[in-house]
Design a protein around this ligand. Structure first.
Ligand code: GAL
Length: 365
């Protein structure tokens, strides 16, 4: 049974023992119990459902009480869910935001109650009330995707020119800009040189963005691009930031006569190592790359953060100067993403126990 935190006054984030409101120094203190609220953003992408569950299981194994909710892409629902977690007296919030700028008010309230706020995978912006950020090296994700395109088109050996189109993620998710910057910075010199040509001219984050990371939105944009610019020209590559988007892109390519598995099928990248995309990578029927982020590791890292604070220590941090949320550089713990292709998916994804070969063959986790 957790202690209700309502009406209690906490010290700074990370304090293990806190004074009860109204008690003088040296009087009764309340030990943190680890009571945690987990706020996940969507259930349309596999990872958030799996990670929400892992976080919940990990924390419960430590004997902590947990409230776990998924806001299914609705910003107001997420705010309400977080508010009710605060009202219930959570000591920790682990939040993967739907919209990174909409949580200021509810987090101010959380801070008043002394809650430690951990921004999970997606950085929460424009509020001082975020204590820690745990994610992957998001810029590196874009670098890996772009490097795959450079390798597959042999841009260092071939003179080209090759046609490429760029996709970015949801504009409300801070990660989108990092993926996009990592990709664009890596491709930039080839674009200047004229080896890579973007016929649409769409090179900024806004026109390339994909609302809610939706495959359907990506399908529509790709259809439009193919009609407008590629009736008489071949497309050679698509920089796509996430598997769900990649599958929408591939669907539009197939719809317009490109044949998966043929040599002239455009190189399409991805991210998250989703079973359905790995199936395509393995069988050569769509995208050729994804970026694996070991989300089990992220969930256990964040569990360890909570545990460290409950036990009176400080959580492990490995970056203090990259993730500026508009108020401060949020102390971060960043994990490494891994490039996955048909050549190494077994070693990286299957041998590590993330997905079984059967799940990949079925295209479903
Ligand atoms: C991002 C996340 C990606 C992908 C995407 C769509 O925030 O970093 O790994 O999951 O959301 O859900």
């Amino acid at each position: 049974m957790h202690l209700s935190r309502r009406g209690l006054l906490f010290g700074s984030a990370g304090a293990a023992a806190v004074s009860l409101a109204g008690c003088g120094a040296g009087e009764e203190t309340a030990q943190l119990t680890g009571f945690t609220g987990i706020a996940m953003p969507t259930d349309t992408s596999e990872r958030w459902v799996i990670e929400g569950k892992s976080l919940e299981d990990n924390l419960k194994k430590l004997g902590y009480d947990v409230i776990h909710q998924n806001a299914k892409d609705d910003i107001d629902t997420q705010i309400k869910q977080i508010q009710s977690m605060v009202d219930e007296g959570v000591e920790f919030l682990i939040i993967a935001a739907i919209d990174n700028k909409s949580l200021g008010a509810v987090l101010a309230e959380a801070k008043n109650q002394g809650v430690t706020v951990i921004s999970y995978d997606r950085l929460i912006l424009e509020t001082p009330d975020v204590d820690y950020y745990a994610s992957f090296d998001n810029y590196q994700v874009g670098v890996l995707q772009a490097t795959h395109i450079i390798d597959r088109l042999q841009l260092n050996e071939q003179s080209g020119p090759f046609n490429i189109e760029l996709f970015s993620g949801d504009p409300g998710d801070n990660n989108s800009q990092y993926f996009f910057m990592g990709g664009l910075d890596t491709l930039e010199s080839y674009i200047y040189e004229g080896k890579l040509v973007i016929l649409s001219g769409e090179t900024e984050q806004s026109p390339t963005s994909t609302k809610a990371w939706s495959g359907d939105v990506a399908f529509e944009r790709m259809e439009g691009l193919l009609k407008d610019f590629y009736e008489d020209e071949d497309l050679h590559a698509v920089l796509s930031p996430y598997d769900g988007i990649s599958r929408g892109v591939v669907e539009a390519l197939v719809d317009n006569g490109y044949e998966p598995g043929e040599d002239d099928f455009p190189i399409v990248t991805g991210q998250d190592a989703e079973a359905q995309s790995l199936k395509a990578i393995k069988e050569g029927t769509g995208q050729t790359e994804t970026v694996f982020k070991d989300t089990r590791q992220l969930a256990s890292t964040v569990t360890e953060m909570v545990e460290a604070i409950v036990n009176g220590g400080d959580p492990e941090i490995n970056d203090r100067g990259t993730y500026d949320n508009g108020f401060k550089f949020v102390p971060s713990l960043l994990l490494e993403p891994v490039d996955v292709t048909a050549e190494n998916y077994q070693e990286v994804v299957v041998d590590s126990g993330y997905l079984t070969e059967d799940q990949i063959d079925a295209g479903q986790a």
